[in-house]
Structure formats: structure tokens, C-alpha cells
Design a binder for this molecule. Sequence first.
Ligand code: KIV
Length: 248
Amino acid sequence: MLTPEEIKAKKSKGEMISMITAYDFAFARIAEAAGIDQILVGDSLANTMLGYKSTREIGMTEMLIFAAAVCRGAPNTHVIGDMPYLSDTDPQTAYDNARRFLDVGCASIKLEGTPEGVIEYLRSKDIPVCAHLGLLPQTAADFKQKGRTEEEARAIEAAAKFVDNLGCFEMVLEHIPEELGEKITKEVSAPTIGIGGGKFTDGHVLVMHDALGMHPGKIPPFAKKFVDMYSLGVEGVKKYIESVNARA
Ligand code: KIV
């Protein structure tokens, strides 16, 4: 399992970092068998696994059930627990919830934005923190690309330097212009992990259900479908139904 230090070292060696989300035992096994560097138990499970419209619909209770299942399925992979909405409203609450992720086997936690005093406190307690900047789905008013205006780009760049100085071992950059992703990647010591951050980040993360085509219909413009598991699944179940009907 890669430690936070080993993940940081990959940047200095010019090696790319691969991250994918997984939410349960079966898909965590697939990710580990494929040799992924890191698994994120993203709060996107609210959408992908539970069918909610917003990631704001879930809390720590659900996150811990899924995080524990992922850790059982991928015992040799660095698993990141994603702090859900309202789990990091103040430093102590954030610390208590981060500890719960580590207690079920996660190696680190990720949190969106820079909630007041929270990253400082978690780092003072030696909690490995992956930051998340750019589009922040828990609080965003819309899902448009962030950092398009000079002012917004400067704020994201400043936040990236801020979390880097606080000792975050990596940072996710979501849905920002490629030039901004490239600029930040050059300016910070922590690896940058893009999801719609252009091709110059130090690594990439995708939502497993987008990458494997688990749902029919549209995926975000920056995502890529590598197989069509929805169609494969429907095909498989149809064959099973035929076999049942044929009394086979
Ligand atoms: O919850 C999630 O899947 C995420 C990724 C989009 C980075 O936070």
C-alpha cells in the first residue's frame, strides 16, 4: 500500500498517480487487482450507488459502511475516505469524523475546500489530508467549470498554495481550465490529481461508474467510459432470463 509520503515522492520522480472511486467490496477488489494507486470512497456514492441527486444527501453513517467494505476488498491499496457534507464544519467535528474513517481502515481522508481551521487541526493531529479544490459539489451552486475568470482562477491558485503549505499530501483539482491545472501543478509540492483538470496534473481520478459505464446516459464532459458495463450487465441478465425460461 502506498503511504502518503510515497504518493508525494511519485511527483518528484515524475511518475503519474492513478486514483479511481470505489464504494463496495466487489469493485474495490477489481480496482486493486488492476493495480490502481489509490481508491477514493467518494461521497459521489450518493449518486452512483444510492441514486440521490446530490452528494449532500448522505452522511458519516453511510460513508463508514461503504468505506469499511472497500477496505475489506482492497486491503493492499491506499483508500481515501471522503468527508461528507457537514462532517467537517469545525476542527473537532472534522477530527472525530476523520478518525472514524481511519478506524475502519482508510489511509487518509479527503475534504472539499478550506473550511476554517480544519486542515490545520487535522495536520496537527497527523491525519493525512487530500485537499479538493475547483468545483466543490457539496456546496457548488452549479456544475460549470470553475476558474474561468481571472478572479476565480487566482482564488483557486491561492487555495492550492495554502493547502500545500499546510501539508496536504495531495490535492484533487476538479473541473478547472487546463492552463490553471498546469500552473498549480508546477507551483505546489503536493501531487495534483485532476478530474477535468487537463492533461498536466500529476495524476487523475475518475468515478468508477463513469469509467466502467455502469449507468446509461450522459457522463460529465471530462469523464471517459472505458467499457460499457451497463450493456454487458443487461446482456448477462437477459441470457439468464432466457435460460430460466428454457428450464435450462
Ligand atoms: O466523491 C467523489 O467521487 C469525488 C471525486 C469527484 C473526486 O470527490
